[in-house]
Design a protein around this ligand. Structure first.
Ligand code: DAH
Length: 350
């Protein structure tokens, strides 16, 4: 066997094969062709047994030389191919940032919920607890304990939904939570609570009425509480909701559970008090009913009126949201048109 000729042949073959490799698959096929069990270099190497001893060393060196040649080629080509394949992959996955994006659906908090959370946070910062009460209520809490006994004319104004008997009803206001909280307090501890929640009345639905609406009730009971404390508290709430320039006033009113009772007004934020369509040319907008807790109510709910005094208030939440966000139809809140929330949210950002 002519060793020179054999190795030269293999070297030429490698040089030739180099030209035609373009993938890892092809490169690995070449590895089999040269170094596999029946590979050309492996076969050449196996012929060492037929070589006379004194030539074995040189033979081995020559075979190693071609093996090294192939290995260098293999390693270099492997890097080339892998880099090429990676670049091709990156190129094909390239994101065209100039393409117009698919529009995202923008969400926004429910506007009524936002007002509720806002009020809750404000009152919590003043030490009030946020309390929940049942929407299916007993006549006892909704009326009796609030000084509205059966046959009391003020019951008529509440247009109540009764369920099953005349003892169970859908609460017509959040005020029953006052009675429940006082009874829990057992006449022993002061109370500061707000209760936001749904209320129900047999009203026809129109732009300003809904058979289902929300109120937030407030109750504070302590040893020395006067109407002035209510005024101060209402002032803080009004400024928080409608801005620092908001002025407040009380007008005499009547509720069986408060004595004296008031309607609380804010100065019109739209015309600043001059008179416009929002305030019906009066310069003032009524926000809530309120008053000093009637001693009879304190007594029925277990608080000694000689020791304890309190004030209470009830806001219509839709009304606050309508004024704050310029919404003119209460039905907007219950028509599940989600776009409304986004619209009103954006309005607020301006
Ligand atoms: N519950 C009354 C209503 O729904 C509102 C109200 C008035 C609540 C005076 C009060 C209050 O707590 O003191 O019309």
């Amino acid at each position: 066997m002519d060793l020179q000729k054999e190795t030269k042949k293999i070297k030429d073959m490698i040089e030739e094969d180099k030209k035609n490799v373009s993938s890892m698959k092809e490169l690995n096929e070449l590895k089999v062709k040269y170094l596999g069990k029946k590979g050309v270099i492996t076969e050449l190497n196996s012929k060492i047994k037929d070589v006379p001893n004194e030539e074995k060393k040189e033979f081995g060196m020559k075979v190693n030389e071609v093996r090294g040649l192939f290995n260098v080629f293999y390693d270099e080509e492997k890097i080339n191919i892998e880099t090429k394949e990676l670049n091709e992959k990156l190129e094909s996955e390239k994101i065209d940032i100039t393409l117009p994006a698919t529009s995202l659906t923008i969400g926004a908090p429910n506007i009524l919920e936002k007002v509720v959370e806002d009020m809750e946070e404000l009152f919590m910062s003043m030490g009030y607890d946020v309390i929940e009460g049942p929407e299916i209520e007993e006549d006892l809490y909704n009326f009796e304990l609030l000084n509205l006994p059966k046959g009391h004319p003020a019951r008529d104004s509440q247009d109540t939904f009764y369920l099953e008997s005349d003892k169970i009803l859908l609460r017509s206001h959040t005020s029953p939570v006052q009675a429940r909280t006082m009874l829990k307090g057992k006449g022993e501890k002061p109370i500061r609570m707000v209760c936001p929640g749904k209320t129900y009345r047999r009203d026809d639905d129109d732009a300003t009425h809904s058979h289902n609406f929300m109120q937030i009730e407030g109750l504070l009971v302590d040893e020395k509480v006067t109407l002035a404390d209510l005024k101060g508290t209402f002032d803080v709430a009004a400024k928080h909701l409608f801005g620092e320039n908001c002025k407040t006033r009380f007008r005499p009113s009547y509720y069986p559970f408060t004595e004296p009772s008031v309607e609380t007004d804010i100065s019109c934020f739209s015309c600043g008090g001059k008179g416009c369509s929002i305030c019906k040319n009066t310069g003032w907008i009524t926000i809530s009913g309120a008053g000093v807790v009637n001693p009879k109510v304190l007594e029925m709910c277990g608080y000694d009126p000689k020791k304890w005094h309190g004030f209470a208030f009830g806001f219509g939440l839709e009304r606050v949201a309508m004024l704050k966000y310029g919404i003119n139809d209460i039905r907007t809140f219950y028509q599940t048109d989600l776009r409304q929330n986004v619209l009103f949210d954006r309005k607020e950002d301006k």
